[in-house]
Ligand binder design. Structure first.
Ligand code: GLC
Ligand code: CA
Length: 539
């Protein structure tokens, strides 16, 4: 097993989206005491760490990624004392904690932003954000035609000829990372949580902090055209961003064990991503390549090879992810024909094309077993261990994601992956809490509940538990060796004799030699059917 200092290199990390995990006090919103009450569940699942999505005070204009105060707990979901209790309970169960940190922007309710609005153009208060004068004699037109990620313009006027930049919702003004105070305050935030026993940080939109706003500002079309493979973009993935993380790394390394970090950086090429993951930088970065891949043996193999090689040359370990709070759940993605436009599909309430739920779940289970057998760390998203599908038919009035309104109802957004978890077969919110949940759960959720799956040894939950337990025994820091396999099959072995084979096709294939450890669906004899993964062990 790796040294404790590098515990993260081969870790299984479970993402908790706190407002949808477990609601202890019955107000419909998941909370920190809810998490604490489920630590036993996490221990039994066998995860090494939890990644906690934002739990800071927030008006929830973007699910908590609009942070009012980076060094406090949202009173709607708990107190700092309850945070400490949660950390203690996780620690006692041997589970580490990574917290989400949101450095690109604050919320518009942050005291800095209020001060900026109250202060004059050109003031130090405004310099912490990205204010620019608008075009036209009175600054009545935006400084550029840039669009925000959720839709609509990326600039908002403040009434005195100035506009502020928001790459996301208007409630999320971008910080100015050229400002020393911003830099120092973030170091303080990192120390604040690290001193409280947090083991690491997930860095939100890590590729956007450094920006070049030297006039003239390019148009959106020019901006898009600037998105060259060498990374010269005005707003994204600029080389200077790594200077910031160098400073963070110095801080992390002053702790024992050093604090870890993982970058969320949707960059164009895997090569650019490797820089975020270097030991002088954040240490690790999410690799979304498998999350974007369709169910294809050749694509999977190519992605795995490339990322293992990149991680090795960057001096880190790779990460593997299929689902998170921003994307359609993978049990559903794999249920749809490859190439399906997921935004369109959600707009049609998940009816066109119809999802083959059984096939999707079968493939999702096979995909997860494959990823868990790879060198590197695997990030799981709450509910995938239950095989939860995307909830595609949420009614418009229930939607909370700013994408829905900002895109004028042309994109439904991400709520379908954020529906509160079903813990029991019955109850007002299937055991999520004593009352109804903040997002409606589908009637069939009880059938997918923890309670139901705990009683069924063929369930997805049972599979995850067994897989994580076996992985704990088998995972090594060593690389892998590919086996010669037919085009629809991916097969590899680890140095200790652990073999993993996945059949992406429809025709059953012979099983390799070895003792069967586990399979993603029951095997009919000594062959591996389509859409199935098996683990074997050779002594
Ligand atoms: C990240 C988060 C996403 C959020 C965005 C803005 O991509 O994962 O949920 O909306 O950043 O903070
Ligand atoms: Ca609650």
């Amino acid at each position: 097993m790796p040294e404790p200092a590098a515990w993260w290199r081969q870790a299984v990390v479970y993402q908790i989206y706190p407002r949808s995990f477990a609601d202890a006090n019955g107000d419909g919103i998941g909370d920190l005491p809810g998490i604490t009450s489920r630590v036993g569940y996490l221990r039994e699942l066998g995860v090494d760490a939890v990644w906690l999505s934002p739990f800071y005070p927030s008006a929830l204009a973007d699910g908590g990624y609009d942070v009012d105060d980076h060094r406090a707990v949202d009173p709607k979901i708990g107190t700092l004392a309850q945070f400490d209790e949660m950390v203690a309970a996780l620690k006692a169960a041997g589970i580490r904690l990574i917290v989400d940190i949101v450095p690109n922007h604050t919320s518009d309710r942050h005291e800095w932003f209020r001060a900026a609005l109250a202060a004059a153009p050109g003031s130090p208060e405004r310099d912490r954000y990205v204010f620019r004068r608008g075009e036209g004699p009175h600054g009545e037109r935006p400084p550029s035609d840039w669009t925000a990620a959720f839709g609509g313009p990326a600039w908002e006027p403040v009434g005195d000829g100035q506009w502020y930049l928001h790459m996301f919702a208007p409630e999320q003004p971008d910080l100015n990372w050229d400002n020393q105070e911003v830099r120092e305050d973030f170091l303080r935030t990192l120390r604040f949580w690290a001193d409280r026993g947090v083991d690491g940080f997930r860095v939100d939109v890590a590729n956007a902090l450094a920006k070049d706003l030297t006039p003239p500002l390019p148009s959106q079309a020019e901006l898009d055209a600037e998105d060259l493979p060498d990374g010269v973009h005005r707003l994204l993935d600029r080389d200077e961003v790594h200077e910031i993380y160098k400073g963070w790394r110095e801080l992390f390394d002053r702790y024992d064990p050093p604090r870890t970090a993982v970058a969320e950086a949707w960059v164009r090429s895997a090569h650019r991503r490797a820089r975020y993951a270097s030991p002088e930088g954040l240490g690790q970065a999410f690799n979304f390549d498998l999350l974007l891949a369709s169910w294809d043996a050749g694509d999977f193999r190519k992605i795995i090879e490339e990322n293992l090689a990149l991680a090795r040359s960057a001096g880190t370990s790779s990460t593997w992810v299929f689902s998170n709070h921003d994307v359609v759940r993978h049990a559903t993605r794999f249920a749809l024909p490859s190439g399906t436009d997921l935004d369109e599909w959600l707009l049609g309430n998940g009816t066109n094309p119809p999802a083959d739920a059984e096939r999707g779940l079968r493939r999702a289970r096979a995909a997860t077993l494959l990823a868990l057998a790879l060198p590197g760390s695997t990030y799981l998203y709450q509910g995938e261990e239950l095989g939860l599908p995307e909830v595609a038919d949420l009614p418009p009035e229930a939607l909370q994601d700013p994408t829905w309104t900002r895109s004028d109802g042309t994109r439904k957004g991400r709520d379908g992956s954020r529906v509160p978890l079903p813990w029991t077969t019955a109850g007002p919110s299937f055991g999520f809490g004593p009352g109804p949940a903040h997002l409606p759960q589908p009637a069939g959720f009880g059938e997918l509940s923890v309670e139901r799956q705990e009683a069924d040894e063929t369930s997805t939950l049972a599979l995850y538990r067994r897989a994580l337990a076996e992985r704990r025994r088998l995972q090594t820091d060593e690389g892998l060796e590919w086996a010669d396999a037919p085009p629809d099959v991916v097969e590899f072995s680890r140095a200790n004799g652990w073999t993993c084979i996945t059949n992406f096709g429809e025709t059953p294939v012979p099983l390799p030699r070895g003792r069967l450890v586990l399979s993603s669906t029951p095997l009919p004899g000594s062959v591996l059917p389509g859409d199935t993964t098996a683990w074997l062990e050779v002594d």
